[in-house]
Structures are given as C-alpha cells and as structure tokens.
Write a protein that binds this ligand. Structure first.
Ligand SMILES: [Zn+2]
Length: 285
C-alpha cells in the first residue's frame, strides 16, 4: 500500500481551507477605484471578484453657503461609504452635469445640455459594461441629471441586458430627516439643511458659515416660489422645502448620522436589486 505522506494531506487540507479566487471580495484587493488598476490586473478582478460598479454623477452649481461642488462631493462620499458593503468598485465620477438655467447664471455654475449629458453618460456606461460590469449603481447628486440618465440606462439595458440603478439621494428615504433632526419629513430642497448635512459629513469646511450668517439665512436662500411663479434667474441659489423650514444646522455629529442612514438605505436597495436581478437571470437559463 502506498503511504500517503502527511505533507500531501496537509497540502490538500490547505487547498480546501483557502477560498478560491472567486470568493475574494473587493475589500481584499489593493484598490477599490477602477482607475487605480493597470488593465491586466483589472481584467483579473472583473468579473471574477465583482461585476458591480458605482458611478457617482453630479454637477457644478451654486448652492448658497454650500460649496459649488456640493452635487459632486455628496455622491462621491456616499460611494466611499458603501462600496465595501456592495462589493463594488468605484468608477471615475462625472462631475459636469445638467445645471438648471435659472441657477447657471450665478458665479461658478457650469451646465451641460441634457442631450449632450445623455450621450456622454451612455458612452461611459457602455464601456463599463464592455469591461464586464453587469450591475451598475449610479449615485446622482443633481436633479437635472435624472431624466437624461434614465434615457441612457434604458437604451443600454435594452441593448446589452446589463442592470442599472439610479438613486437620487435627496428623494429616497426622506423620512430620515425626522429621525435625526426632528424636522418634518419631506423632500429635500436645494442647498438646505439636508444637502448641507451631506456636505458637512464629508468636510465641514465646505459649508461657509460666515457667509451664511453675513447674508442672513433668508437671503442665502428662501422657500420655493409658489406653483405658477417662474423666475429667470432664480431669486436665490437655494430652495428650502417650505417657508421657515430647511435652515442650516451646523451640528456635524447629526450630519454624519443623517448621511450614514442615507448611505445605508442606498446600499440596501442596491443589494436587494442585485439579488432580484440575479434571480431573474437564473430563471432565464
Ligand atoms: Zn445640489
């Protein structure tokens, strides 16, 4: 009888104990940003380790006392909070978007036409899909991007079968404002307490408290105009949900708690979507 050496038994045990390459997660890798890999390494990561990617999209737009880059800082920061849970890489962001005409006349605002944005986003997503990403989460920081982005993902899904989710952070789970601030649950405004909270959670210096106080909170922003009133340009670079509501709160602890809850909601929804998409694909086979 051939004697099996303890060394070879040990080797077999070791092989069984070590997870295969496909069981690796993004958190075990050196980088979680797509553009930090050389292409040969990336080809080994997608789709073996993950076929999920997060693409932050935003715009450059005046936001009262909040930084002009508010709509870019927020989705990038949310992506940083959830990539590990979602087992996803992060793609380079799209930072120029469809800023509204009523605000694009204020200093620093930059706007791209909706049809240009749709085509640009379509091209970016197309190459992400070609690389092997089948599940794409687009975290959107700006309302003007939503419609062209919806058109781009509809076309690409029909053409490639890849799966896409767009999330407008300010629209989802807006009842969280009640949990953290005790304020009435309602959809966010623009450059208001909720948006400033997500910026402060990233970097408190990006909300200019001195300017907010110098101008006076009602001059920095105001409640939305009534339906039926159209201003061009807008009378402020912020819009509060309603008169007297939405004034900035500079409590950074609350801002971080609020942001973390938004991030949780987005991660959970994406994971649920991926589960359902995969189940659906399973039935097709
Ligand atoms: Zn904004």
């Amino acid at each position: 009888m051939k004697r099996v050496s303890t060394r070879s038994i040990g080797f077999v045990v070791l092989l069984l104990a070590v997870p295969s390459f496909s069981q690796k997660a993004v958190k075990d890798l050196k980088f979680h940003h797509l553009q930090e890999y050389c292409w040969m390494r990336l080809a080994g990561v997608v789709p073996e380790v993950t076929d999920r990617i997060i693409l932050p999209i935003g715009t450059v737009e005046s936001h009262g006392a909040c930084a002009i880059g508010t709509d870019n800082f927020i989705p990038a920061h949310l992506a940083e909070q959830i990539w590990e849970r979602c087992n996803a890489l992060i793609a380079p962001a799209i930072n120029h978007g469809v800023t509204g005409a009523s605000i694009s006349q204020f200093p620093g605002s930059i706007t791209v036409r909706p049809e240009v944005f749709e085509e640009y986003l379509y091209d970016v997503l197309k190459d992400l899909v070609r690389t092997g990403f089948r599940n794409v989460l687009i975290i959107n920081g700006h309302g003007g991007n939503t419609d062209p982005a919806k058109k781009a993902i509809t076309r690409l899904h029909q053409e490639t079968g890849a799966h896409f989710m767009i999330v407008d952070w300010w629209t989802v789970a807006f009842n969280i404002v009640n949990e953290v601030y005790g304020a009435k649950a309602q959809q966010s405004g623009h450059g208001d307490m909720e948006e400033a909270a997500l910026v402060m959670a990233f970097d408190p210096a990006l909300v200019d408290r001195e300017m907010y106080e110098r101008l006076g909170k009602d001059n920095v922003g105001s409640a939305r105009t009534e339906t039926g009133v159209v201003l061009m340009p807008a009378w402020a670079t912020t819009a509060y949900p309603e008169k007297g509501a939405g004034y900035l709160d500079f409590d950074v602890v609350k801002a971080k708690a609020y942001t973390a809850k938004k991030a949780d909601y987005i991660a959970q929804t994406f994971l649920e979507a991926v589960k359902r998409w995969e189940m659906m694909e399973g039935w097709k086979k």
